[in-house]
Design a protein around this ligand. Structure first.
Ligand code: HEC
Length: 194
């Protein structure tokens, strides 16, 4: 009568249960070790990003440098006297259109006039003027002066050669001792004969 009992026992194995350590100790140790190392690594190598690495560009960095606009500079600085037509006012303001001073072969003549101004009798296209032409050496940069001179020398029917900021800088340097306006024909006429 024992046999059935035995076979019954044999059939009724204890319920399989999960081991309480399914992960081998060695693997656990490695994982914990890696975790501690990772935390240490983050701590040891932490460095806040310097702001210089960021995008510190401002709107101005994207702006195309404004090119001096001779026409605009003429309107802002010269129109009041020499008029939009460049023909001036007879007897008061001399014309820039057709003027021997404007269209002189050397653009330096006009640069000198605009840098330092003129006071005293000045003959333009055969007519005498005796007014005051203000100076612009402290109002216009070399680039602006070049753009303005180029505009006048190629507008109002003029078709003289153009110049650049480098030449203006050179004339500015050469004439930096000029503290008063040029004395009309007396100072300027010789420049045309050079
Ligand atoms: C306040 C009035 C006034 C303004 C502004 C003025 N000018 Fe004149 N300009 C004169 C007068 C007046 C003369 C003649 C000076 C004289 O009689 O001695 C003159 C003479 C000149 C001459 C030599 C003569 C000729 O007609 O070619 C040039 C070139 C000239 N000006 C260019 C300019 C330019 C360029 C500007 C602007 C940047 C300018 N002027 C602004 C009044 C002015």
């Amino acid at each position: 009568m024992t046999e059935p009992k035995f076979s019954q026992q044999q059939r009724e194995q204890p319920e399989p249960s999960e081991g309480n350590r399914p992960v081998p100790k060695l693997v656990l140790t490695i994982i914990v070790g890696l975790f501690i190392w990772a935390v240490y690594y983050l701590y040891a190598t932490y460095s806040p990003m310097p702001p210089s690495l960021g995008d510190n560009r401002v709107a101005a960095d994207f702006a195309v440098p404004a090119l001096a606009d001779g026409g605009q500079l003429y309107t802002a600085n010269c129109v009041a006297c020499h008029q939009a037509s460049g023909k001036g006012l007879p007897g008061v303001f001399p014309p820039l259109s057709g003027s021997e001073w404007v269209s002189a072969e050397d653009p330096g003549v006009m640069i000198k006039i605009v840098l330092h101004g003129v006071q005293g009798p000045l003959t333009v296209e055969g007519a005498k003027y005796e007014g005051l032409m203000p100076h612009f050496h402290d109002k216009l940069s070399d680039e602006e002066m070049a753009a303005l001179v180029n505009h006048v020398r190629t507008s109002f029917g003029n078709s003289a050669s153009t110049t650049d900021a480098k030449y203006v800088a050179q004339i500015r340097e050469e004439t930096k001792g000029q503290a008063t306006p040029w004395k009309g024909d007396e100072d300027l006429r010789p420049l045309l004969e050079q």
